[in-house]
Design a protein around this ligand. Structure first.
Ligand code: FAD
Ligand code: 2HG
Ligand code: ZN
Length: 483
C-alpha cells in the first residue's frame, strides 16, 4: 500500500489555519512544531496496537460548525482525514494509514435533549457510551447498545460502525434504533436530519448510509436515538455445558421458556475461560471444567414473574442435563462478576501479544465447527502450544450466540506470517461456503477491506463505490479503507 500522492502534505500554513479556527488547545501537533499540547501517539495507534499511522495533526472540534469548517478546508486543499471516536475499533479503521489528519470528536460530548415520554435521546457524537447509559439509567431508560468498550467508545463511533454488542438480541440493530443523525459531508455541508420520528417514509432513508459507513462519507456530529425503558428486574446466569449441541439446546429452551424476558444469550468456550484465568488469575464462577459456557441475561418489569420463569427454566435445563452446572447472580456485584467472564475476553486474549480476530455471521448450527477446524489446522502445522517457540497460544471461540455471531480469536505470542497463511483465506472461504459474513459487527476498516468479496457480490461492491464517489468525490474521508 502506498500513500496517494494526490493528497497534500501538511504545511505550516495549514496548521496556522486550524489553530486560528480552533485555538491551540484543540489542535495537537507533532513534527511541525515543538509545542505539542498533548502526545500524539495514542491517536495514531489502535486498541489492538496492530495498526499505526503517522498523523502529524489531531484536531478536536467543539461544534458541528467547526467540523464543517475543518472538512471544507481539507476538501479544498486535498488534505486526507480520519474521523476518530474512542479509538476502540477492531479493524484498524480509526487510525491513519499514512499522514491523514485525525479529527477526534471527544470534545463534542453534550447530551442535547432527552424526552422521558418518547424515550428519545439527542446527543453529540462524542458522548462516551457509558456516560449516555448512566444518564439514561438515572431516568429509568437504557441505551439500546452495550459492549465491552463502553467506558471509552463514543456513541458517534458506535453509529459509524453500526456496533452490535451485548443487547442486540433484545433491542435490535442501530439501523432500527437510530432515528436521526447530524452529519457533516466532506465539502462542509451540514446535513441536519436529527429527526425524532419513528416513522418517516418520505424518500430514501439516507441516514442509513452513515450508520456503518465507518467515516468514509461524512462525520457524524449528533445522533437521535430511541431508548427503551430500563427493566427493573435483571437476572444473570452462567452455565457450564458439555457440548456445543447442548448450547444450542439451551438457546432453544431459553427462547421457549424465557421468551420476552430473555435479553442476552452469550457463548464462551472453555478455552476462553481458562485463558481469562491464566491472564488475570481471576477465579472462575464454576469449579469444574466444561468445554462450553453460556451467559443468559433476563430483563423484565416484574421480579416475581421473572424469577418464576427463570426458576422453572433452571430446573428444566438441569433435570434434562442440558446444562451440567450453573450459577445465578444474587446481587449487582455478582451480575457484573458474571458479565466480566464474557466482556473481559477480548482484553485478556491480548495478554500474550497479538490476536488474529475474525468476527463472523454463520448459521448457528455450524458456528463452532469453524473453531475446531481452524484449531486442527494450526495444530497440524505445529503452530499451537505452550512453548515460547509456538506462535499460537490457543484457538478460541465465543460471541453473541443469540445473534449467530461468532468471534473466532487466535491469541498469539507474536504476529507470524506462517500463522496468517494458515488462517487466510481459509477462514474466509469457510464462511463464504456457508453464506455467512466475514464481518458481522466490527466493520471493514483496513483489516477486512481486501476480503469484502467473500460476503458481497460485484454488483453490491460497485453500488457501494458509486455512493463513496458521490459523497466524497475527492476521496479525502478515511482513505485506503472500507471499499
Ligand atoms: P473508533 O474506534 O474511534 O472508530 C471506529 C470507526 O468509526 C472508524 O472507521 C472511524 O473513522 C469511524 N468514526 C468514529 N467516530 C465517527 C464519527 N463521529 N463520524 C464518522 N465516523 C466515525 N463492536 C461491536 O460491534 N460489538 C461488540 O460487542 C464490541 N465489543 C468490543 C469490546 C472491546 C473491548 C473493544 C475494544 C471493541 C469492541 N467492539 C465491539 C468494536 C467496536 O466497533 C467499537 O468498540 C465501537 O463501536 C467503536 O466506537 P469508537 O468511538 O471507539 O470508534
Ligand atoms: C465482543 O463481543 C467484541 O467481545 C470483541 O465484539 C470481539 O475481540 C473480538 O473478537
Ligand atoms: Zn462482539
Amino acid at each position: 500500500l502506498q500513500r496517494n500522492s494526490r493528497f497534500a502534505k501538511l504545511t505550516q500554513e495549514h496548521v496556522d489555519y486550524f489553530q486560528n479556527l480552533l485555538g491551540a488547545e484543540s489542535a495537537i501537533i507533532d513534527g511541525l512544531s515543538k509545542d505539542a499540547s498533548e502526545d500524539i501517539e495514542p491517536f495514531n495507534s489502535d486498541w489492538m496496537r496492530k495498526y499505526r499511522g503517522h498523523a502529524q495533526l489531531v484536531l478536536k472540534p467543539q461544534s458541528t460548525d467547526e467540523v464543517s469548517k475543518i472538512l471544507k478546508y481539507c476538501n479544498d486543499n486535498l488534505l486526507a482525514v480520519v474521523p476518530q471516536g474512542g479509538n476502540t475499533g477492531l479493524v484498524g479503521g480509526s487510525v491513519p494509514v499514512f499522514d491523514e489528519i485525525v479529527i477526534n470528536l471527544q470534545k463534542m460530548n453534550n447530551i442535547r435533549s432527552f424526552d422521558e415520554v418518547s424515550g428519545i435521546l439527542v446527543a453529540d457524537a462524542g458522548v462516551i457510551l457509558e456516560v449516555a447509559d448512566n444518564f439514561l439509567a438515572e431516568r429509568r431508560h437504557i441505551f439500546p447498545l452495550d459492549l465491552g468498550a463502553k467506558g471509552s467508545c463514543q456513541i458517534g463511533g458506535n453509529v459509524a460502525t453500526n456496533a452490535g454488542g451485548l443487547r442486540l438480541l433484545r433491542y435490535g440493530s442501530l439501523h432500527g434504533n437510530v432515528l436521526g443523525i447530524e452529519v457533516v459531508l466532506p465539502d462542509g455541508t451540514i446535513v441536519d436530519d436529527l429527526s425524532k420520528l419513528r416513522k418517516n417514509n418520505t424518500g430514501y432513508d439516507i441516514k442509513q448510509l452513515f450508520i456503518g459507513g465507518e467515516g468514509t462519507i461524512g462525520i457524524i456530529t449528533g445522533i437521535s436515538i430511541l431508548c427503551p425503558q430500563r427493566s427493573p428486574a435483571i437476572n444473570v446466569a452462567y452455565f457450564g455445558l458439555e457440548s456445543y449441541e447442548k448450547c444450542q439446546e439451551a438457546f432453544k429452551e431459553a427462547k421457549n421458556q424465557l421468551s420476552e424476558i430473555l435479553s442476552a444469550f452469550e457463548l464462551m468456550d472453555g478455552r476462553t475461560q481458562k485463558l481469562i484465568n491464566r491472564a488475570t488469575g481471576k477465579k472462575l464462577p464454576l469449579e469444574g471444567e466444561h468445554p462450553f459456557f453460556c451467559l443468559i441475561e433476563t430483563s423484565g418489569s416484574n421480579t416475581d414473574h421473572d424469577n418464576e420463569k427463570l426458576q422453572s427454566f433452571l430446573e428444566h435445563v438441569m433435570e434434562t442435563s442440558i446444562v451440567s452446572d450453573g450459577v445465578l447472580a444474587q446481587d449487582q456485584t455478582q451480575i457484573q462478576e458474571l458479565w466480566s467472564c464474557r466482556e473481559g475476553i477480548p482484553e485478556c486474549l491480548g495478554h500474550w501479544g497479538g490476536v488474529y480476530k475474525y468476527d463472523l455471521s454463520l448459521p448457528i448450527s455450524d458456528m463452532y465447527d469453524l473453531v475446531n477446524d481452524v484449531r486442527d489446522r494450526l495444530m497440524k502445522a505445529g503452530l499451537v502450544g505452550d512453548e515460547d517457540f509456538h506462535p499460537v497460544v490457543d484457538v478460541v471461540g465465543y460471541g453473541h450466540m443469540g445473534d449467530a455471531n461468532l468471534h473466532l480469536n487466535v491469541p498469539t505470542r507474536r504476529y507470524d506470517k506462517e500463522v496468517e497463511k494458515q488462517l487466510e483465506p481459509f477462514v474466509y472461504e469457510w464462511v463464504q461456503m456457508k453464506n455467512g459474513s466475514i464481518s458481522a459487527e466490527h466493520g471493514l476498516g483496513i483489516a477486512k477491506k481486501p476480503f469484502i468479496g467473500y460476503s458481497r457480490s460485484d454488483t453490491m461492491i460497485r453500488l457501494m463505490k458509486q455512493i463513496k464517489d458521490l459523497y466524497d468525490p475527492n476521496g479525502i474521508m478515511n482513505p485506503y479503507k472500507y471499499i
